[in-house]
Design a protein. Structure first.
Length: 121
């Protein structure tokens, strides 16, 4: 299952395009960041980054997902501010539902293995 932490890690790595710098910004070491990105790619069924010994670049799917990830993270921040720490029923699943909607809208859904499940998780 997708995790908001993985989306945040992806967003920082997509911005820096460097595992070491991204890990430093996230206050963690490089191996856990690499594991979380690999888990996210497995979950989505698509490579988000092209890695070489000299560079990290976004794939086409990664570029599409970058916009979606930013929208999800921005919306999560807005909702947290609006609720000021209160929780509404179903709020924990809202960002995942939003991610699935954005993936389909951006065309990333066609690149995912087996498509995107419909409905709430």
């Amino acid at each position: 299952m997708l995790d908001i932490k993985q989306i945040r890690y992806f967003a920082v790595l997509a911005e820096t395009l460097h595992f070491g710098r991204a890990a430093a910004r996230l206050n963690l070491s490089q191996p856990p960041l690499s594991r979380q990105i690999a888990a996210l790619e497995r979950e989505l069924g698509v490579a988000l980054f092209e890695r070489s010994s000299r560079a990290v670049t976004l794939t086409r799917a990664g570029k599409s997902f970058q916009a979606d990830a930013k929208a999800i993270l921005d919306r999560t921040v807005r909702e947290k501010r609006a609720r000021r720490g209160t929780r509404r029923a179903g709020g924990a699943c809202h960002w995942l539902h939003e991610l699935r909607r954005l993936q389909c809208h951006a065309g990333l859904g066609s690149e995912l293995r087996g498509g995107i499940p419909r409905g709430r998780p």
